[in-house]
Design a protein around this ligand. Structure first.
Ligand SMILES: Cc1cc2nc3c(=O)[nH]c(=O)nc-3n(C[C@H](O)[C@H](O)[C@H](O)COP(=O)(O)OP(=O)(O)OC[C@H]3O[C@@H](n4cnc5c(N)ncnc54)[C@H](O)[C@@H]3O)c2cc1C
Length: 463
């Protein structure tokens, strides 16, 4: 039986980060993977989705060229060329996608197959058995399929199938208006697909600050995506070449006929088939129960990434995994354990305009009965957005009464995903908001929007 210091179950963003951190500490590591090396992010989620979005963005830029005095013919999408480029990125050596050779060079022993615990320190992978005094479970999450009558028989696709489409459908219903649904609406709509986005709540991206989600709803509609809010899909059926959804909106029901259905209704944790219960690892519907050191309810077993259900992002998966590897091995290497700190997690949805946030929303502040002040500035208040023709946008800050520390920052607009990283370090280091208002921001940059918001909070004292 092969023996290691640490076994990592799953080679996704979490598993890879855990294995690499453990190797850097000097531990011997076995990595178990039953499917594609690298997991979701580089192969079927973040990377291909963002590469597809780049194609959609590019066609929209060409369509808008006339606004800047440039004459071009109406562009059209060459779907097979788009897919080729994305496949090239997914399969390229430049990306984060790990290869067996790289793992070998890093001294990580790879075991291919589905791993299951036979005891707390032993895992069976196919016909082989490996053992280690410590194990990290990084088994990720899976695509939820909503319990809609007739959906399985009617057929549908998800983010994994998008690249496999031989041709673009003429019309598509996207069920679910979270980050994945919204991003794919804005992948397919600019490429010429008539997209209907079905949101169960009143707004898309319901977990974002509602000021931002409301503006996003306007922008989605302006960009040609039909958004139906507050709806429930009750039934699906095939009618000739078309797929028909029965959609209930309050007391009324209507039919939506489309060529394709795209399901984007969430990612529950993947906890089955590993005998987790048998070795005392508890989980509920949001994921494996972990403490602030990423330890599970079983001694010597840690968990990291989507399977913990803490926050389903690649950067959180990597953060947790490094911490889990450190904590699993700290005794062996004479280190002190580390605690997870989730106070400041930036989130980005790569729609157009981009949406990014960190910390609490105004709705969170109200529920938690916090004493706070809020201020916002429109992108039209700053020169750069006017110059760039990127007028739709808004930034909002929520600060604690008294301390002036930032509780939450929210932005929708061009480069929101970059802009949020001006605020995240302030929050991490508990710097009061006056630190932004008195900082000179280069003209003309989108970052000036934060200065504009901060000055409103300061009552214009420095303005
Ligand atoms: C369309 C889409 C777009 C996204 N875009 C972003 C983004 O832009 N930014 C961002 O931060 N996040 C994004 N995410 C989320 C991100 O992809 C996940 O948070 C991240 O991939 C989670 O990594 P993980 O290692 O926890 O899980 P995974 O990547 O799912 O890896 C888990 C691995 O474990 C393996 N495994 C499971 N069970 C076993 C077993 N018993 N034995 C062996 N192997 C096993 C699986 O095969 C898999 O390879 C996106 C998600 C989707 C769906």
């Amino acid at each position: 039986m092969a023996k290691f210091d640490l076994i990592v179950l799953g080679s996704g963003s979490a598993g890879m980060s855990a294995a690499r951190r453990a190797r850097r500490l000097g531990a011997s590591v076995a990595l178990v993977e039953k499917d594609i090396l690298g997991g979701e992010c580089p192969n079927s989620a973040c990377v291909p989705a963002k590469a597809l979005l780049r194609a959609a963005e590019s066609i929209e830029e060409v369509r808008r060229a006339h606004e800047f005095g440039i004459c071009v013919d109406e562009p059209c999408a060459n779907w097979s060329a788009v897919r080729r480029r994305v496949r090239g990125i997914v399969g390229s050596d430049e990306g984060e996608s790990p290869t067996e050779e790289r793992l070998q060079k890093q001294g990580i022993a790879l075991f291919r197959g589905e791993g299951a615990f036979t005891s707390g320190d032993t895992i069976r992978v196919g016909s082989r058995t490996i053992t280690a005094p410590r194990v990290i479970v990084a088994s990720g999450s899976f695509d939820a399929v909503p319990p809609i009558e007739g959906l399985q028989d009617t057929g549908f696709i998800n983010h994994k199938d998008a690249l496999g489409l031989e041709k673009l459908p003429a019309s598509m219903a996207i069920i679910g208006a979270g980050p994945v649904g919204v991003e794919f609406a804005q992948i397919f709509a600019p490429l010429g697909v008539r997209v209907t986005l079905l949101a169960s709540g009143p707004l898309p991206l319901p977990r974002e600050d509602h000021t931002i989600s409301r503006l996003l709803l306007e922008c989605l509609r302006e960009s040609g995506v039909r958004v139906q809010t507050g709806v429930r899909v009750e039934r699906a059926e095939k009618r000739g070449a078309l797929k028909v959804l029965a959609v209930a909106d309050g007391k009324q029901q209507h039919e939506l006929e489309v060529e394709e259905i795209f399901v984007a209704t969430g990612h529950p944790p993947f906890v089955s088939g590993m005998n987790l219960k048998g070795i005392g690892v508890e989980s509920d519907k949001s994921g494996i129960t972990v403490n602030d050191r990423l330890g599970t309810t079983a001694e010597h077993i840690w968990a990291a990434g989507d399977v913990t259900g803490v926050a389903l992002y690649t950067h959180v998966a990597s953060y947790q995994a490094k911490l889990a590897a450190h904590n699993a091995l700290c005794e062996q290497f004479g280190l002190s354990p580390l605690q997870a700190d989730y106070r400041v997690i930036p989130r980005v949805t790569f729609c157009r305009p981009e949406v990014a946030s960190v910390g609490l929303t105004e709705e969170d502040c109200l529920v938690q009965e916090l004493k706070y002040r809020a201020a916002q500035a429109r992108f039209t208040d700053i020169e750069r957005s006017v110059i760039s023709g990127e007028r739709a946008g808004l930034a909002k800050l929520l600060v604690e009464e008294g301390s002036g520390q930032v509780l939450g920052a929210h932005v929708i607009g061009a480069r929101a995903g970059e802009l949020i990283h001006e605020i995240a370090p302030l929050m991490q280091n508990r710097v009061p908001v006056s630190g932004i208002g008195c900082t000179i921001h280069a003209f003309p940059t989108f970052s000036e929007v934060w200065e504009a918001v901060a000055l409103k909070l300061d009552g214009g004292a420095n303005g």
